[in-house]
Design a protein around this ligand. Structure first.
Ligand SMILES: Nc1nc2c(ncn2[C@@H]2O[C@H](COP(=O)(O)OP(=O)(O)O)[C@@H](O)[C@H]2O)c(=O)[nH]1
Ligand SMILES: [Mg+2]
Length: 369
């Protein structure tokens, strides 16, 4: 093997790519990546290891994966060695589905998506689609390829548009979601913008009665912005609360952060929203959460009749690669994104182009405001 070629092993592809960059610098060419069982123990415990070969001196088309068998460096005994062959054989079978040569202009796009924490399978899917649609001439144009990939990601992002308020038509909007994602803060941002900037008549309702502190949090904002606020503890009280706010143009409803695992509470929330006859129900999710948790939470809350999605804490996330798989699974359009704790500034209507660029890591997430 060429002296210039170095092999890196890590638990995940992003980690391995980070090692490559740290050791060889950003211009290193990745020659191939593949999954490999590190040793017998990792095989028995089911831990996956990824091996990346990289070089600063070689100019060859990058490869996503290679069909060649793994090189073994750690023979301990004949028996271990035989078991490793078995592991190799099993591993090999799994590898065949990812065998794919990527032109060198496409490889950086792949690593961008992986860096943004997009699941590997999905990053591969996108890159395969870009490649399938590219002529040999296109493949020499990295800017064009990047633009096409960004467009593909844009096409996956549905936008609900901001809440539309018109005079003489009351609009009731409820925010639901787990505890701590930013529902109350987002209500305060929306309320302040509608009332102070747009001069709308805004009323607040909170059904967050499980924690006194949570009611007080909203009341503080209601006092500062100078808005009427109703506190509701039962579905029966909801009707009266909404009636009390009859001459408002916008009613923003804060709800308790119910555990999505608690069926009873989801059911209670559902009755509350039905009683209120909410026009829109926005599910609030934190972009800091992992994909599995986001998907599950969305699934649970969708039973209360969610109409759109608000993504919070963009300022705290390390990548937006989980956005596309989340949107594919929950099929909800995005209404707003928030990117900071400041009321009322850190909120913006979701923008497809900016979000797609953020997924690609092209746009600082701050620009999504
Ligand atoms: N960094 C950051 N923090 C946020 C954002 N939105 C809300 N928070 C913070 O998240 C915490 C929980 O917010 P809160 O509105 O009480 O969440 P709730 O339990 O869903 O009502 C608070 O400390 C907020 O200041 C955001 O966009 N970015
Ligand atoms: Mg709250």
């Amino acid at each position: 093997m060429d002296m210039d070629v170095r092999t890196f092993r890590a638990r995940s592809l992003p980690e391995a790519l980070r090692m490559v960059r740290e050791e060889l610098g950003p211009r290193a060419a990745v020659l191939q990546t593949r999954e490999v069982p590190k040793n017998l123990l990792s095989w028995l415990t089911g831990r996956r290891w990824v091996e990346v070969q990289a070089s600063t001196g070689v100019q060859v088309p990058s490869r996503l994966s290679s069909p060649s068998p793994p090189r073994r460096t750690d023979h301990t005994s004949d028996q271990a060695s035989r078991l490793e062959s078995l592991v190799d054989a099993l591993n090999q079978r799994e590898q065949t589905r990812v065998v794919s040569d990527l032109p060198s202009t496409l490889f950086p796009l792949f690593t961008d998506l992986i860096d943004a924490e997009m699941p590997e399978e999905l990053a591969r899917e996108f890159l395969e689609r870009v490649r399938a649609g590219a002529s040999p001439h296109d493949l020499d144009d990295p800017v064009l390829l990047k633009a096409r990939l960004t467009r593909m990601i844009e096409d996956e992002i549905a936008i609900a548009g901001p809440i539309r308020v018109s005079p003489n038509e009351r609009r009731l909007i409820a925010l639901v979601g787990p505890t701590g994602v930013g529902k109350t803060t987002t209500i305060a941002k929306l309320a302040a913008n509608f009332h102070l900037r747009d001069r709308r008549k805004v009323g607040l309702v909170t059904v967050d009665t499980y924690r006194i502190a949570a009611v007080e949090q909203l009341r503080t904002y209601a006092d500062i912005i100078d808005l009427p606020m109703e506190v509701v503890t039962t579905p029966r009280e909801m009707r009266q609360a909404v009636a009390n706010l009859a001459d408002m143009e916008v009613i923003l409803m804060d709800t308790a952060g119910r555990s999505p695992r608690d069926e009873v509470k989801i059911q209670e929330l559902r009755s509350m929203l039905q009683e209120a006859q909410a026009d829109e129900v926005h599910l609030v999710l934190s972009s800091v959460s992992g994909l599995m948790s986001l998907k599950r939470t969305a699934e649970r809350f969708q039973r209360v009749g969610v109409t759109s999605l608000i993504l919070t804490k963009l300022d705290e996330t390390t990548g937006l690669g989980h956005l596309v798989p989340l949107l594919r699974s929950c099929r909800l359009p995005l209404s707003y994104v928030t990117n900071g704790q400041n009321v009322p500034d850190d909120i913006a209507a979701a923008d497809r182009r900016l979000l797609a660029r953020a997924v690609m890591g092209l746009e600082s997430l701050d620009a999504c405001r």
